[in-house]
Design a protein around this ligand. Structure first.
Ligand SMILES: [Zn+2]
Ligand SMILES: [Zn+2]
Ligand SMILES: [Zn+2]
Length: 566
């Protein structure tokens, strides 16, 4: 009965929502002007977070020699585990409805509080990116050093026999098709084929949890531009070569529709920590969640499933929304991104009233006096011009040049620009990241703190990017031996990630371990500051520095909420 009602509601819906086009990413003006892709809140702002992980081994290894943690404490505590069990997430929590001006949307059928899982959903199908086909398991999506090849097609890679067996149902037909083609087609073609094989076997609604059929999702083919259309046609042509004669044959329109759907609704699948995008998948229910620049939900991939999590109190009947773009962008920029990539005009309060735009480009107020507008404009322009140089130096791996550019720019513009100015925030963020890489931890910590303080005034208090930034700042302070600030930042990050990622997410678990470690060190510091520092120094001296990998965050750029073809 319930299912029938849902289906009736689904049928009444005029459109899904569009995502992005697959044409070349245009030069984006504004905050993320020189990045390859613009950021979405959900996959977080990754610049630097991977670096934190590379460096983490260092202080943790050093200090765990001094203060070995009981093994069990590294696991999620039972009290935390029970929090995640509070909402047995099912699709009963949501209903499809007609959202005024937006087409279909999802609304809450009961009240939610911060950190509640509203629903979780496994992908209908997912594939590993072409570029990582030999480095990521095709079944569990973990990045691994040593993977085993499928003996048949030599294309699919797995951790072990268990993963291979688990992935066989999805791979079986693909395996035969790759073998007879002689090589694997690109990720889009592989994904469409997997989806079609699955639908041929199970029908277009593969579980009664699925609130929409794929036919009903928007493909935005008619919105595509010429260049994009060409690529699209090439994919379809190659698909037809790949699709086996003995599989069910489909109409070309139906095939194009699925290509269009994954093009605008394909969701980026990340590794277990969510720090590296490794593939793309389709999550049909998630496709029904509309955008708001100041959303009430966030979506996170946790143990292979996406979770829609509540960021605060949500009333029964309220529409559930996530943000497709980073809130750090000015309202005008967000609207432009949403229009070009997701084909709609954002009418949210924050865009309409340009909320916080003044903070993002503002001047520094000293004793209630703001600098003249002309001076702020000049400093803004100067800072903007330096960002490109900074990014280039970073891409070239010239980190000392990055430090020089950042320091110079900060010295000139910091006295004029507000501590929430988005260009200044980018300077601080990059400088702290690069200094951490160069092991100048004290300066890294200072600028990371400024970055977090700026973010706090801009972002929703439960924003995932804010939480990740606080984690980075916490680690930087810890590395710099500033254990008090370090511990408080780690706690702050932990509190945010408990909401945005939940207690069972691997990053939250890492933070839990860090929180206990820093707490112990803080206690030691408070008992005897001198002993703390001398032990720390002794440990640092005895621990040989290992070679660190080059930061990869730049080349990877910031990932979209929804996968965008390059
Ligand atoms: Zn695996
Ligand atoms: Zn195979
Ligand atoms: Zn908006």
């Amino acid at each position: 009965m319930v299912k029938q009602q849902r289906l009736a509601a689904v049928e009444a819906s005029p459109r899904g929502f569009g995502k992005h086009t697959n044409k070349q990413v245009q030069e984006v003006e504004g905050y993320f002007s020189t990045l390859v892709e613009e950021c979405a809140v959900v996959i977080e702002e990754h610049r630097g977070h991977r670096l934190v992980y590379e460096f983490l081994n260092y202080p943790i290894a050093v200090f765990s020699l001094l203060l070995p943690l009981p093994r069990s404490s590294l696991l999620c505590s039972p009290s935390l585990a029970s929090i995640s069990g509070t909402s047995a997430a099912t699709m009963e929590n949501v209903a499809v409805f007609d959202s005024p001006g937006k087409g279909r949307g999802l609304k809450a059928t009961k009240e939610f509080w911060a950190g509640d899982v509203i629903f979780s959903e496994a992908s209908l199908s997912a594939v590993v990116f072409d570029s990582l086909a030999e480095r990521v398991c095709h079944s569990c999506f973990r990045a691994q050093e040593k993977l085993q090849k499928c003996g048949q097609c030599k294309f699919a890679h797995y951790c072990d026999r268990t993963c291979q067996r688990a992935g066989w149902a999805e791979h079986k037909q693909e395996c035969g098709a790759i073998k007879s083609c002689g090589k694997a087609p690109n990720e889009n073609i592989r994904l469409v084929a997997r989806i079609l094989w699955r639908m041929d076997k199970e029908g277009s609604v593969v579980s009664d949890m699925q609130l929409t059929t794929l036919e009903e999702l928007e493909d935005h083919i008619s919105d595509m531009q010429e260049e994009e259309m060409q690529e699209f046609k090439v994919d379809i042509h190659n698909f037809l070569d790949y699709w086996p004669r003995n599989s069910k044959q489909h109409r070309i329109d139906d095939i194009s529709h699925i290509f269009g759907v994954i093009n605008c609704n394909g969701f980026t699948v990340s590794d277990q920590r969510g720090l590296q995008a490794v593939g793309v998948g389709l999550f049909p229910n998630l496709c029904l969640v509309n955008h708001n620049c100041w959303p009430n939900c966030t979506v996170i991939l946790n143990h292979g499933k996406i979770e829609l999590r509540s960021l605060g109190k949500i009333a029964e009947g309220e529409e559930l929304m996530v943000s497709y773009v980073n809130y750090l962008n000015l309202s005008e920029e967000r609207r432009r991104l949403l229009k070009t990539q997701y084909f709609f005009d954002c009418t949210c309060e924050h865009c309409k009233d340009h909320i916080k735009d003044d903070l993002k480009l503002g001047g520094r107020e000293v004793d209630g006096v703001k600098p003249p507008a002309e001076q702020v404009k000049e400093a803004t322009e100067y800072c903007f011009s330096r960002l490109e140089k900074m990014d280039n130096a970073r891409l070239n791996g010239d980190y000392h040049e990055v430090v020089k550019i950042c320091r110079d720019c900060i010295e000139k513009t910091e006295p004029v620009l507000a501590d929430t100015h988005i260009y200044l925030l980018r300077m601080w963020s990059t400088l702290s990241e690069v200094q951490a890489y160069l092991q100048n931890f004290a300066e890294a910590a200072d600028y990371a703190r400024k970055m977090v303080e700026g973010y706090l005034k801009i972002y929703n208090p439960n924003n995932a990017a804010l939480g990740m930034a606080a984690m980075r700042a916490g680690v930087n302070h810890w590395q710099a031996g500033e254990i008090e600030v370090g511990h408080s930042m780690v706690c702050k990050a932990y509190a945010i990630l408990m909401v945005t990622h939940g207690p069972t997410h691997p990053i939250t678990k890492d933070l839990e371990a860090m929180r206990m470690q820093t707490e112990m060190e803080l206690r030691m510091f408070k008992q005897n500051e001198y002993v703390y520092h001398s032990m720390r120094e002794a440990a640092l001296k005895n621990k040989p520095m290992t070679m660190m990998n080059e930061p990869r965050s730049v080349e990877e750029g910031i990932k979209n909420l929804f996968h965008r073809r390059k």
